[in-house]
Design a protein. Structure first.
Length: 256
């Protein structure tokens, strides 16, 4: 499908309007952090939900819901004030390869981020570059795992500097930073700007982007993400990742 730049922008903008809509919440994992109103609860529930956001969407939502129940539906309070005996009940959790041991590790690492790094927003903002948060994700991963940790848990945080497209963490950053006035993305991290975000790149969005001529590279990795970033910034330099709604909607809901 070959469209002129102006036609492509018009087409994609219309799809953004269609899918960047509260109805989107019904089938999307972002509904989990929408259950909370306190900033820290939103960002922690969002981070944990995004961490397990691969596979069947229904099971992602169900399992993220289970995570919140195990944290007494008060994720920030649990992260900050838990005793080691409170962690025992998390042992039972499993979502694909993310198990109870990983869950416990993540709670300890989150406690470390809030206790020693000023919280999730601060650690991402501190290392942000003008037009990219990919180095910031790399630095976040280092800080997250600088306490004693299980080696197996490190695979659950991607590293763009090791050529990962880091789909789930880029999706999480979209949730926190982008303010869409539509009630989907939160926009609660004011120290970062939507212009710094990268599109969550996965099989669906990658295939749609290729069909539309937004991407040439075949694999979904960090280099491909840079290519997509450049293309989307040409369409909207201030809010490039709004097009995630278009690419995702076209792929998942329209089988484009």
């Amino acid at each position: 499908m070959k469209l002129k730049k102006s036609e492509l922008k018009e087409f994609l903008d219309s799809k953004v309007d269609l899918y960047n809509n509260p109805k989107f919440l019904d089938s999307d994992p972002i509904q989990i952090p929408h259950q909370f109103s306190k900033k820290e609860d939103i960002e922690i529930s969002g981070f944990l939900t995004a961490t397990i956001a691969w596979g069947n969407r229904k099971s992602i939502i169900n399992n993220a819901q289970k995570m919140m129940l195990l944290l007494d539906n008060a994720p920030y309070d649990f992260v900050i004030n838990h005793k080691s005996t409170d962690l025992d009940r998390l042992e039972t959790f499993v979502h694909r390869t993310f198990n109870g041991q990983d869950f416990i590790q993540f709670i300890k690492c989150l406690n470390h981020i809030y206790t020693h790094h000023g919280g999730l927003e601060h650690i991402f903002a501190k290392n942000a570059e003008k037009e990219s948060l990919q180095r910031s994700i790399h630095k976040f991963k280092s800080a997250f795992f600088e306490i004693d940790h299980l080696k197996r848990s490190t695979k659950h945080v991607s590293d763009p500097l090791k050529n990962s497209a880091a789909k789930r963490i880029n999706m999480y950053l979209r949730w926190m930073v982008r303010n869409d006035n539509a009630g989907v993305d939160f926009g609660i991290w004011k120290s970062l700007s939507p212009s710094q975000l990268s599109c969550p790149l996965d099989v669906h969005s990658g295939n749609v982007a290729r069909k539309l001529g937004l991407l040439k590279r075949k694999q979904n990795d960090a280099k491909t993400l840079q290519e997509l970033d450049k293309t989307l910034r040409r369409l909207d330099s201030l809010d490039p990742v709004k097009y995630d709604f278009a690419l995702f909607g076209l792929g998942v809901f329209e089988g484009f």
